[in-house]
Design a protein around this ligand. Structure first.
Ligand code: SAJ
Length: 441
């Protein structure tokens, strides 16, 4: 009887604090996921403490400076002045927190195995200051089973019972940096708990600050939702890249094929070929899934095959450049090739896993002299050498070939057509122009 009363008391006490917005909210990891989330909860009246291991980020935030593209510094400064938000590197603040969202990176190791080190160190740091009544929500994209196999035992071995003494959920992050329409507030938030009480608490928590909350049965469903979303993308990009290879072999314009297929008002969703797969989500998340399923003897063949096709696209692009130069009786070796756009996708500055890096390395290996333009990336360091961004039209005029790897909106494509001798277009950025100079993927 006492236990049931105690449990009901813990649940009720946290529920009340969340509804009254007096719950002390903690966000571990103040990157492109954690910082916007911290802002949403501070904006609706919670007192939010951000925890990050990078002292420079913490100091900047406490000075009211944002290091995240989608969060204006003015917003941080206002919340800091109102004492709604502060940042620290000190995990002992967990003692005074009621809720904690863990938003740390989950990269892949070189061996394509999950790198769980960031989650493990965050969880161990939280465990040191753990107390009853906490709501802990893992947001980092990871394999199904992480929350119940890694977080749950860590907290329960302290003597606490999930769903009774504390509440444990998984909620996939769905932040799309730079998206002009969908931000943290208006992107539906999936959440699943270890127990129904955990799910209920997670749903209640997110409902205070976000527009739509989608509760699911448990943490594994929630973990799998994210992997399905991003594996769906990665495989469809692999499919359309393979279509590009087929069309290339048959002399068919794959871009026209896709645009015409996209007129089908149902049962089709366009994806586009490109120089490869960049970013911190799409090339990585599916391998968290295939790594896990391999442990239960299930080969995720679609993921492996799509990974192979997408990974091979930089080679295909460089072969295309070689063939195009060959038609101008020029070898790659010794030719000056100018790369237009190096970020992993248009209109952002993120270079993570960017296929442009593979294209540049492959070209240099074949003896080319490589330069680049990118309004978002002033310089890059690669394999021991450094490159500075150059003005597009000036460098294009000097180059033997320009390869469009990232189709930034700000590029002057019309000007490029007149300045360049030869253009290899991997993004159909020159679709408005017809010219012998243009070689399309
Ligand atoms: N890409 C293609 N062809 C396509 C689409 C993308 O080659 O048709 C390439 C891009 O150039 C890039 C890579 O794939 O190199 C990834 O592009 P992305 O559009 O998927 O962008 P990301 O990596 O920023 O993915 C994020 C994801 N968001 C989250 O995980 C929360 C993804 O789920 C979103 O669908 C995506 O943004 C989006 O739609 O912008």
């Amino acid at each position: 009887m006492q236990t049931a009363l105690k449990v009901a008391g813990i649940f009720h006490a946290l529920k009340e604090k969340i509804e009254a917005r007096t719950a002390k909210v903690g966000i571990v990891g103040l990157g492109y996921v954690g910082l916007p989330l911290a802002v949403e909860f501070a904006k609706v009246g919670f007192t939010v403490t951000g925890i990050d291991v990078q002292q420079s980020k913490v100091e900047g935030l406490n000075r009211g400076e944002s290091h995240v593209q989608d969060v204006p510094s003015a917003e941080i400064a206002k919340l800091v002045n109102e004492k709604r938000f502060s940042a620290t590197t000190d995990f002992s603040v967990v003692r005074d927190l009621d809720t904690i969202n863990i938003c740390v990176p989950t990269p892949l190791r070189k061996t394509k195995d999950p790198d769980m080190s960031f989650i493990v160190s965050a969880v161990e740091a939280i465990a040191k200051h753990f107390h009853p009544g906490l709501l802990v929500i893992l947001e980092s994209t990871t394999y199904p089973g992480t929350t119940d196999e890694l977080l749950l035992p860590t907290f329960e071995k302290l003597g606490f019972q999930a769903g009774e003494d504390f509440f444990l959920c998984f909620s996939p992050e769905r932040v799309d940096p730079g998206n002009p329409v969908y931000q943290t507030f208006n992107t539906p938030k999936v959440v699943g708990g270890i127990t129904p009480a955990c799910t209920e608490m997670g749903k209640l928590f997110f409902s205070q600050a976000l527009e739509t909350v989608v509760p699911v049965a448990n943490t594994r469903v929630a973990e799998m939702v994210k992997l399905l979303e991003n594996t769906f993308r990665m495989i469809n990009i692999g499919l359309v890249n393979e279509m590009a290879l087929m069309c290339d072999g048959m002399g068919i314009n794959v871009w026209e094929v896709i645009d015409a297929a996209a007129t089908k008002p149902f049962g089709f969703m366009p994806f586009y070929p490109g120089p490869g797969l960049g970013g911190h989500c799409i090339p990585i998340d599916p391998f968290y899934l295939s790594w896990k399923t391999k442990q239960s003897g299930i080969e995720a063949r679609f993921i492996e095959l799509a990974g192979y096709i997408n990974g091979n696209m930089p080679h295909f692009v460089v072969d295309k450049i070689q063939t195009a130069l060959n038609q101008h009786r020029k070898p790659v070796n010794g030719s000056h090739i100018h790369v237009a756009g190096v970020a992993y996708k248009r209109n952002i500055d993120d270079m993570r896993e960017s296929p442009a890096l593979d294209v540049i390395l492959l070209l240099k290996k074949r003896g080319a002299v490589v330069s680049y333009s990118d309004p978002f990336v002033p310089s890059l360091k690669l394999d021991g050498f450094a490159l500075q961004a150059e003005p597009l039209l000036e460098s294009a005029a000097k180059a033997d070939c320009v390869v469009i790897v990232t189709d930034h909106t700000d590029f002057d494509y019309k000007g490029l057509l007149s300045s360049a001798k030869l253009i290899v277009d991997t993004r159909n950025a020159m679709k408005a122009f017809q010219s012998e100079k243009i070689v399309r993927l």
